[in-house]
Write a protein that binds this ligand. Structure first.
Ligand SMILES: Nc1nc2c(ncn2[C@@H]2O[C@H](COP(=O)(O)OP(=O)(O)OP(=O)(O)O)[C@@H](O)[C@H]2O)c(=O)[nH]1
Ligand SMILES: [Mg+2]
Length: 184
């Protein structure tokens, strides 16, 4: 009898794809560059989407992920068709909010409502980014508790200092082993 066990693709080739979404200028590209290369510098606004393949530093040594950097949009009517294209094959997604601009949370939640039915089993983490901007910080912890009761994982990050970034992405990657999400 043929032994197919030797035909399994090496775990190395199965890199989960994680999409970063959110309003314009919340820090999606900066977070991805922080994860992929630990650098922080000004990036041009993203046009369309860009795929980054990288190894994570936290968690299982050398685990690989593909990070999809999606252009922030500010026109909801374009969203559905736009994101459908980019989210094909996505295993998990990140909703990014700018903690100095609370209005970007509404945008992230609109996206979540749109994306959740398309990828119902995809674990989701909401990152409240730019926590290094202490005096401009406007994030309300009560809001985080409310969102977490709805089943969203909420983590505070800074793409500039790296605070919370590696841990949040490793937590999301690890949750792919157990993707059931609490209904929102
Ligand atoms: N202080 C601080 N600035 C940040 C942080 N993350 C991003 N920025 C700045 O915020 C601005 C937007 O960052 P981007 O990473 O380009 O944001 P984006 O969400 O990819 O933007 P689009 O591609 O236009 O949708 C830039 O000026 C970044 O330098 C952060 O954690 N702290
Ligand atoms: Mg960008």
């Amino acid at each position: 009898m043929t032994d197919f066990s030797s035909h399994q693709p090496p775990a190395e080739t199965i890199a989960p794809r994680i999409a970063f979404t959110g309003a314009r200028a919340v820090g999606k590209t900066s977070l991805i560059e922080c994860i992929a290369s630990h650098t922080f510098r000004p990036w041009p606004g993203t046009v369309g989407a860009k795929l980054h393949s990288c190894r994570l530093r936290a968690g299982e040594p050398g685990s690989r992920v593909e990070l999809v950097d999606v252009e922030g949009l500010d026109h909801p009517t374009r969203l559905r068709g736009y994101y459908r294209g980019f989210l094909r094959g996505v295993a998990a997604y990140v909703l990014v909010v700018d903690g100095t601009r609370p209005e970007t949370l509404r945008w992230a939640l609109d996206l979540d409502r749109l994306l959740h039915p398309i990828t119902p089993m995809a674990p989701t983490t909401l990152l409240v980014n730019k926590c290094d901007l202490g005096r401009a910080w406007r994030w309300d912890d009560l809001e985080a508790k409310r969102l977490m009761r709805r089943g969203l994982i909420v983590r505070v990050t800074s793409a500039k200092t790296g605070w919370g970034v590696d841990a949040a992405i490793e937590e999301l990657r690890a949750s792919l082993a157990n993707p059931a999400r609490v209904a929102s």
